[in-house]
Design a protein around this ligand. Sequence first.
Ligand code: SAH
Ligand code: SF4
Ligand code: F3S
Length: 433
Amino acid sequence: MKYHITTYGCQMNLHESEKIAGILKGCGYDEESNEEEADIIVFNTCCIRENAENHAFGNIGALKKLKKRKPSLLIALGGCMAQEAGKAEYIKRKFPFVDIVFGTHNLNELQSLIEKKRTTKKTVVSLKEEREEIEDGIIPVRRSYPNAWVNITYGCNNFCTYCIVPYVRGREKSRDPEDILNEVKGLVKEGYKEITLLGQNVDSYNSNGMRFPELLDKVASIEGNFRVAFMTSHPKDFSKGLVEVMKKHQKICRRMHLPAQSGSDRILSLMNRRYTREKYLSEIALLKQEIPDCEVTTDLIVGFPTETEEEFEETLSLVKEAGFSSAFTFVYSPRTGTKAAAMDGQIPEEISKKRIMRLVECVNNQTREKSAKCVGQTLEILVEDYDEKKEYYLGRDSYGRMGYFKSNRDRVGEFVKLKITKANGVSLYGEEQ
Ligand code: SAH
Ligand code: SF4
Ligand code: F3S
């Protein structure tokens, strides 16, 4: 028996797919890269923007024929879209050949849902409002060596007005620090070289009074040859304590993903982000004062309801002022049930499209300028993969810069020093030193 998993969305979901793989392995399934050969196909979905949903629906719809040809095939749909209000009913109606719909708090039930499906023709649906047990005890089949993801929090309490995550991932819960530290120690022993601590908002980690800087300090104090990264940080919870811990440990990556979302105070307030442009910039200033070479990346949204041209331009100027090394840029997408979706002043698509093009160009220019400055420098990258097409090994350094080099033996999982000879967009090419 074989499984195939298709994942959409963020790191949280990628890691959750590793857990789904762990459950299926426990049920006696092996991994299969070809969908057509699988006995169970799982879609781990995302609903952060409308296009993420459309993408998944397209791929699910395309399975109708395969299912007809192979009635024994099981199709399961999980993740954030499954958890959205009314979506399970919609899926049952629109895609009746989907066998199982399971929510974001129901991973532990997957095996019993598979068994249940064998006794009924109907779509088996299981959704829970909240995560009951914080420790799921699932042993993931990790797919991202030499990186390993480790959850520190689940859910989100922030209710940014555009965002659906708090509705589909439930209230924020922090894992017990002992469990996190034991997991990291185990991963380091197994040879993982980069540990990424995951949470929708890592800075609000709070387990019986232990806050994120203390947890990070403890993780980075674990012995071994590895790096620590974390995401995502929230500017409203940024703390000097976090910067101090980063400064103390060379093991902690010299990068921070700090989503700004907008450069305009009026829009930030409508978004319920609870910081101002000035506060955001002062945080970056503090970070750079303490760790001058630290890189900052961000997320930005254009076309939030009522955003004016001038306010959009404040986002453009923020890119320069904050000196982001790169940014994920999004067109605002109304999500049913969120406050912003019901606001007056929704921005027409033509306007948002023009804005996003200007923003992407601004970000890309800055990224390219930064890359070009790396020529002649030496980077220490952690080799992550081999690009078969380009015939290069590739990896990232502690600042998040992507380096490519040639080698005639397998280097994945090694730290390699590269002298950069060429920059091509964000990709840096170099020779091993
Ligand atoms: N918890 C993280 C990431 C959440 S989702 C954080 O708070 O930053 C990742 C990004 O998707 C967000 O940072 C935001 O930029 C974007 N996003 C979320 N909802 C969106 C929406 N409705 N339309 C467009 N982009 C959205
Ligand atoms: Fe969404 Fe805001 Fe929570 Fe991030 S912090 S997941 S953007 S509600
Ligand atoms: Fe992630 Fe998408 Fe869910 S971004 S938390 S998979 S809605």
